[in-house]
Design a protein around this ligand. Structure first.
Ligand code: ADP
Ligand code: ASP
Ligand code: MG
Length: 447
């Protein structure tokens, strides 16, 4: 078996969807499980449109026209009978939900997950219908919810429950379709409430389904030819990387490479399933293959890629009395812990501790509480740059090259750390200077 995940842009319009069907058809012998995202194109950002519609409803404005027109437009372009495949019924339900939100004036994370689920549930039906009608493939559609994929109730960023996997596998086995089209991004709690895995979560769904079905490979089809040496939106000359290890890909994903949702590598690593990242518009390009270990060619660059995470917050805690004061650290981290603040980078000296937290973490309360025993400063709008590569381990002089490139870029480093695994050097800089820094780093490491 093989699992093929198609991202939003890959199902963004009629032309792309036909390319997707062509790719699926060419893999028929491997019994593909097809995991799809909601439509995403310059004219239809479906998940964003669903979110915006719900937010407007909370403020009292219930108007689903944009979502309806976008979805019907795609159906029309592909000759999909929206009524017959159940899309009209979903649009009707979405409209009722939006009216409900407007009436109550409340939008909980739980409701937001139901709102966002409509995107994948509609695009799954579209892809399945085109496969059947136009491409003559005997495929069936089942949402991941109806297949029985379960998560905890952490709405907006739910964690899959592996105990639900055997039943999903059994269902798929019983259905035994030539092709199964299912939904990325969504699942449900034990009591049937719809959940989502976090924005961009369809990649994660892809490897979850790969693990469930014992796929020989998971392919992530997107709008670039694999994982690149850095975000191609920052550096024009970014190149596709032929091979990455699970560790490298995982590090890149957690540290901001948008091409993979952070948790994507977990099921792949646990089950040792190779993941291939490929371009829907250029299927002949080999893309990137991610596997447990990779044989490095002699003379290959010491780093594999540079990832960027924006919206990072830097919290600096200073005290004159820290030297020798037992328990100061644990006191600080206890405050973060009690306030549910996630931390990803730490640097300490005798008189200060600096920590970074990802975007969206509410650090205000923690900062107030720390102020009772130390001085606290919070810097927002920082970016974390990560230079990643297993070969960096044990290669002397990498840090010097990295800091040298930073010096040439003229961007000052607020914090620097090399993780214990030595496959990542992370640098914190101001967000408005990050592009300059990344371009210079890319030049040094790859050009
Ligand atoms: P999809 O809709 O297929 O899930 P995404 O937009 O989520 O696609 O991810 C693909 C995008 O990720 C690329 O278009 C690119 O702009 C961005 N990106 C950021 N970092 C990288 C990287 N290192 N390699 C490739 N793409 C990257
Ligand atoms: N449609 C969802 C999103 O836009 C999930 C995904 O695309 O992976 O976040
Ligand atoms: Mg994505």
């Amino acid at each position: 078996m093989i699992t093929l995940k198609f991202g939003g842009t890959s199902v963004g319009n009629a032309e792309r969807i036909r390319q997707v069907c062509q790719i699926v058809k060419s893999e028929l012998t491997r019994k593909p499980i097809v995991v799809v995202s909601a439509h995403n194109s310059p004219s239809v950002h479906m998940t964003d449109a669903l979110v915006a519609t719900a937010r407007a409803a909370r403020e009292g404005k219930a108007d689903t026209t944009k979502v309806q027109e976008a979805q019907r437009g795609i159906c029309r372009d592909l000759g999909v009978d929206a009524e017959a495949v159940g899309i009209e019924r979903l649009l009707e339900r979405f409209d009722q939900l939006i009216k409900g939100i407007a009436m109550i004036g409340e939008l909980t994370p739980r409701t937001m997950d139901v709102v966002m689920s409509f995107g994948e549930r509609m695009s799954g039906r579209v892809v399945n219908d085109v496969l059947r009608r136009e491409f003559g493939v005997d495929s069936i559609y089942r949402s991941s919810v109806s297949l029985g994929l379960r998560t905890d109730a952490n709405f907006g960023a739910a964690h899959p429950d592996p105990r639900s996997f055997p039943a999903v596998a059994k269902q798929i086995e019983d259905l035994n379709p030539d092709v199964l089209v299912t939904t990325g991004f969504i699942a449900a709690t034990d009591d049937g409430q719809i959940t989502t895995l976090g924005r961009g979560g369809s990649d994660y769904s892809g490897t979850i389904f790969g693990a469930i079905t014992g796929s020989e490979e998971v392919q992530i089809w997107t709008d670039v030819s694999g994982v690149m040496t850095t975000d191609p939106r920052i550096v024009d000359g970014a190149r596709s990387i032929p091979e990455l290890t699970f560790m490298e890909a995982s590090e890149l994903a957690w540290y901001g490479a948008k091409v993979l949702h952070p948790a994507t590598m977990i099921p792949a690593m646990e089950n040792d399933i190779p993941v291939r990242v490929k371009n829907t518009s250029d299927p002949g390009h080999p893309g990137t293959v991610i596997r447990r270990s990779v044989v490095e060619a002699a003379g290959s660059p010491v780093a594999k890629s540079v990832a960027v995470l924006n919206g990072v917050q830097l919290i600096t805690i200073t005290t004159g009395r820290m030297f020798g004061a037992h328990g100061f650290m644990s006191k600080v981290f206890d405050v973060f812990n009690r306030n549910g603040v996630d931390i990803h980078m730490i640097a300490t000296s005798e008189v200060s501790i600096s920590v970074t937290t990802p975007k969206g973490q509410h650090v205000e309360k923690a900062a107030e509480q720390i102020k009772e025993f130390a001085d606290v400063a919070v810097d927002r709008d920082m970016s974390l740059i990560s230079v990643v590569g297993e070969k960096m381990k044990g290669t002397p002089g990498v840090a010097a090259r990295v800091t040298g490139a930073m010096a040439r870029s003229g961007v000052s480093i607020r914090m620097i750390s090399q993780g214990a695994t030595e496959i990542n050097i992370a640098l914190l800089v101001r967000e408005n200077q990050v592009k300059r820094a990344v371009r210079e780093l890319h030049k040094e490491m790859f050009e």
